[in-house]
Write a protein that binds this ligand. Sequence first.
Ligand code: UDP
Ligand code: MN
Length: 306
Amino acid sequence: MKRTKILVWFMSVSFIIIVWKLYGIESGPENFNEEIFHENVNNHFSLNEKHSIKHVTIYCITPTYWRYVQKAELIRVLQTLTLASYKTNIQWIVIEDSEQKTELVKNLLKRIDMQDHFKYVHLNAKTPPFQKLKGKDPRWKKHRGVEQRNAALKWIRDNVNPHGTKKIAFFMDDDNTYDVKLFEEIAKVRNVGVWPVGLVGGLNLETPVLDPKTGKVAGYKSGWKPDRAFAIDMAGFGINIDLILTKPEAVFSYRMERGFQESQFLSYFTTKEQLEPLADNCTKVYVWHTRTEKPDVKGTVPGFEV
Ligand code: UDP
Ligand code: MN
């Protein structure tokens, strides 16, 4: 009798656990938010309204340098820009950190000639050897991309006419991950627009914090020096080229304190109060400061461009 009771009790408990687990699977992860899911689905990037933001050109400035992952990184950027070019005009400025333009990058850019989705310019500007990272140096030890971004700013100042249709500059490093929706946000910039950047500054994201009353930027959430005048990553802002043209002295510099390039560059043009919060009032992440692991290449097979 006692054994039957135990058996019934055991089976009931097992039944409850099975039902509970099954229900758990059906209803998905605990933090699944149906509202956000539907909003995202409805908010999808659509290629149906092709060239819907024709009147804006986004100048994407990409410094790049040789390492085994270079081609893989640049292909990702190229494909992102191909998609973005369905929405708006794109002008890609690729600046190689090299003495001369390389065949690898030239070959990659030839694909754009064939597709003709967007325009590009190919520049090179070598980082001086004493400013270059050595083999085992941590990344933060030296400024990266200074020479190349300045070469792009010079090209813009020499070649782009002010006024006319809207032109926005965006510093688009080759190793980040970009949601194609970001380009719709960049196209909204009037003077200087800002948005959150994922996986940077020691937190899961770095973002401007808005004053709920005014809707303006009141401060920043960052795991690294949030009290910088602009605690914003290179990928976290877009700036109107008309504004860049008004301040020919604004460039990046090796003299700037490490980690302060963005903040000091933005200080030439704007104030915290004037920043335009984008990406749904800085509530959405459309760009991630990803970093690609250095592959352990023990040898090379000749005859391939990898
Ligand atoms: N870069 C470069 N030369 C270098 C190191 C970096 O041109 O010696 C480029 C790199 O391809 C990228 C940008 O500068 O587009 C920022 O570099 P990285 O991603 O290494 O820096 P982090 O993301 O750590 O700031
Ligand atoms: Mn990077």
